[in-house]
Design a protein around this ligand. Structure first.
Ligand code: BGC
Length: 778
């Protein structure tokens, strides 16, 4: 027996080395990177293919949302990352790691058993703010810094950017996304993706497509015309894909015209790959969709986060001939092509030590540049020299909301408070008042969970009602009132109209009381909006002297706000969304979040292409603050608009000059809108076709801009023909600094209908939609 025990290992070792040798002698196993992708696929078993196409995450470590969906939370390799793919070591295929999200990488800040290191990430400003910079170079710099953290923390793909169109202000995830306009959203996305991917890591542009609400997000059927899809909801993705080639695309949770997006071959293959020539892979959102076989056939290559029964289902489907193994081969090929580029495959030795200090500076610069000055009566801002002590009202002044919650949150090391920001800039804060707030926070600790990463909304502290005595005293003790209004929102639910979009009664009364008291002493009142999406301003704007839309500015919040209030930085943000005069004016107000009320299962996009300014302009509805709007501490002139020709041939060169005519340095956004002739289909009054931003211009300094417009930039989608056509006729170029502050215009002609492209007849709604039509056609 003893002898047998001794020689058994030798026998086993012998047979193992024999089998290895035998294998080597016959044909060595293909290895990813050494052999072609096709050779690797040929060597894969059916089980291995199925495994690779299903995320490797165990169900246990997902964090369930109340609606049954989840956000990712894995403990494998990078603690707190969202998920990972399966490894097949036999063929040299490593496991890739994915992490959220749009405001920076979301991973756990601490790790079990590691008492020495922390793994904080930079909390960058949210998408709405980044879009408000209208500065693609700056957004690319943010992306570059984010991508560096992705790489240095051992992650392969950042699940960002989120670029869904802001269809309705109540969408709980608008903060993550960019704009109501597909050009702005697409250009920002491309800049962000290029920045992130310049590090050699990947992105997942999401959520493809029409994930424009959180109510019933896992099941809602979006009923929308093909024209609205092509011109609005697909357009942003198309721009992003053409200009930045994201490694992956994440399909959305919702259905479009009756079918889950992740199960639509016409969307994921016909449009994305055949029409747009996309070469990366598509993953589901976490537990998205429902028919796994249909997802595979649609070209949704990877099911995330993955469950064992999905692997079995794919294997069974091939075995019983309901799914062709060839489909799996194609999907595996898409994935292997990306795995080859990943840092994990390249064995990148990540440091776990990104330069957080340097990135904080980028976060601050971006935050400052994306803030929008909405109102500034009699030069209230920047603070006059006489302003030394500020009475700061508002919970979120002392505890700023850096970003929204859910998968778009970031585990940042700190958030700079408003008081820290102002003190650092040399101001005093009325300490009597700040002590009242401090006490309120102490007494309500359990309701204050700033910066949490989780699926549940952070407990919200109700806005403190300041006693009149305290207001009175602070007016006597300070030179100016600063009122911060905060809003948080996130994944899993939409915002409410009352008490969220519309300010609460307490908030409005408080603004009025403070304003009245401070104005009695001829002291100014400034409101800072620390919000992720559009809110009502109409009801209280006349009570105050200045309004700064600070958005959710990331971890450097207090510093960035102080940069603008003090005048250290001149505001240059412009609205990527319309602020309506009333919520009822929002074109989707009647169709959000769908029907039946309570738990909607379908939503009809009756407004069609007329969302945002396209609607307000074409239906003669006056917004409060229009798309593209934002004030500055200086003035700019726009002059010398010139067109290279009166008739469009190949392309048209449009030039213009922007000059700083005021007294301080500043930047301006130059916006090029075009009005197209109606032709055979209705058109919006104008559409943004290009934009750019000046460098920092000294007083008196000018910058010259050149835009190149092609016929494709002018086209509309003619659903009856499945064609993009630039209609013959007269086009008006409108050059401005907002959608309603047009400074120069000129016309050109397109001599005959210009066919740009014929697409496939796909994605059509199955029911008739009564789309709104503009009252007057031009
Ligand atoms: C979100 C995605 C996110 C994923 C992974 C989902 O709930 O919709 O945006 O990337 O979770 O955390």
């Amino acid at each position: 027996m003893k002898i047998l025990l001794r020689i058994l290992p030798l026998i086993l070792l012998g047979s193992y080395s024999f089998s290895l040798k035998a294998q080597t002698n016959l044909s060595p196993l293909p290895q990813l990177g050494h052999n072609t992708v096709k050779e690797v696929i040929a060597a894969m078993t059916l089980e291995e293919k199925a495994m690779l196409l299903v995320g490797a995450e165990s169900k246990k470590s997902q964090r369930k949302m109340s609606d049954g969906t989840a956000i990712g939370q894995t403990e494998i390799k990078v603690s707190g990352a969202a998920g990972n793919t399966a490894a097949i070591p036999r063929l040299g295929i490593p496991s890739m790691v994915f992490a959220d999200g749009p405001a920076g990488i979301r991973i756990a800040a601490t790790r079990k058993g590691d008492t020495i290191n922390t793994y904080y990430a930079t909390g960058f400003p949210v998408g709405s703010l980044l879009a408000s910079t209208w500065n693609t170079g700056l957004v690319a710099a943010v992306g570059k810094a984010m991508g560096n953290e992705v790489k240095e923390y051992g992650v392969d793909i950042l699940l960002a950017p989120g670029i869904n169109i802001h269809r309705n202000p109540l969408n709980g995830r608008n903060f993550e996304y960019y704009s109501e306009d597909p050009l702005v959203a697409g250009k920002m996305a491309a800049a962000m993706i290029n920045g992130i991917q310049s590090n050699g890591v990947g992105t997942s542009v999401k959520h493809f497509i029409a994930n424009n609400q959180e109510t019933s997000r896992g099941s809602i059927n979006v009923i929308v015309s093909e024209r609205a899809l092509r011109e609005i909801y697909l357009k942003n993705f198309r721009i992003a894909i053409a200009e930045s080639n994201p490694w992956t695309v994440m399909s959305s949770y919702n259905k479009v015209n009756g079918v889950y997006t992740s199960e639509r071959r016409d969307l994921l293959t016909t449009v994305l790959r055949d029409e747009w020539k996309y070469k990366g892979f598509v993953m589901t959102d976490w537990f998205g969709g429902h028919d796994w076989i249909a997802q595979m056939q649609a070209g949704n290559d990877l099911l995330m986060p993955g469950r064992a029964n999905q692997v079995q289902a794919l294997i069974q489907a091939v075995k019983n001939n309901s799914l062709s193994e060839k489909v799996l081969d194609i999907n595996v090929e898409h994935m292997l092509n990306i795995i080859l580029k990943s840092p994990t495959f390249k064995n990148y030795k990540y440091s776990n030590k990104p330069d957080l200090k340097a990135h904080a500076q980028i976060a601050r610069a971006a935050a400052t540049e994306g803030m929008v000055l909405l109102k500034n009566n009699a030069h209230t801002l920047p603070f006059a020299k006489s302003v030394k002590t500020v009475a700061a009202f508002g919970d979120s002044f002392y505890n700023p909301i850096a970003g929204g919650y859910g998968s778009g949150d970031v585990n940042k090391a700190y958030v700079i408070s408003g008081d820290k920001g102002l003190l650092d800039a040399g101001y005093q804060i009325d300490s009597k008042l700040s002590n009242v707030y401090a006490e309120y926070f102490r007494n309500n600790k359990e309701l204050m969970l700033p910066g949490i990463t989780g699926v549940r909304p952070p407990a919200i502290l109700p806005e403190m009602v300041v006693a009149y005595n305290d207001i009175d005293e602070s007016a006597a003790n300070s030179d100016l009132a600063l009122i911060t209004i905060g809003r948080n929102a996130g994944e899993g639910e939409d915002r409410k109209l009352d008490g969220n979009y519309n300010l609460t009664l307490n908030e409005i009364q408080q603004i009025k009381k403070i304003a009245m008291r401070f104005h009695t002493d001829h002291k100014k009142v400034v409101v800072v909006l620390n919000i992720g999406g559009v809110i009502d301003v109409s009801q209280w704007k006349d009570d105050v002297d200045a309004i700064l839309l600070a958005w959710q500015p990331g971890q450097e919040a207090g510093y960035a706000i102080a940069d603008i209030l003090s005048g250290k930085v001149n505001p240059s943000g412009k609205l990527p969304d319309t602020f309506p005069a009333d919520y009822a004016d929002v074109p989707s107000a009647k169709n959000f979040p769908g029907e039946p009320a309570g738990k909607p299962d379908q939503v009809i996009y009756q407004e069609g292409i007329y969302i945002g300014y396209r609607y307000y302009d074409s239906f003669n509805v006056k917004p409060l603050y229009e798309f593209g709007y934002g004030l500055s501490y200086t003035d700019f002139s726009v002059s010398d608009l010139k067109l290279s020709a009166k008739t469009l041939t190949n392309s048209l060169i449009i030039t213009v000059t922007v000059k700083n005519t005021g007294k301080v340095v500043g930047k301006e956004v130059i916006q090029l809108y075009i009005s197209a002739p109606t032709g055979s289909i209705d058109k919006p009054v104008q559409e943004l076709r290009a934009f750019d931003k000046t460098r920092l211009l000294q007083p008196g300094e000018s910058q010259h801009f050149t835009f190149r417009i092609t016929a494709a930039d002018l086209a509309s989608y003619h659903t009856d023909k499945s064609q993009w056509i630039s209609d013959a006729g007269r086009y008006l170029v409108r050059m401005g600094v907002s959608s309603r502050d047009i400074r120069q215009s000129a016309t050109f002609n397109v001599p005959k209908d210009w066919l740009i492209e014929t697409d496939h007849d796909v994605l059509q709604p199955q029911v008739a939609i009564k789309e709104y039509k503009p009252p007057v056609t031009k």
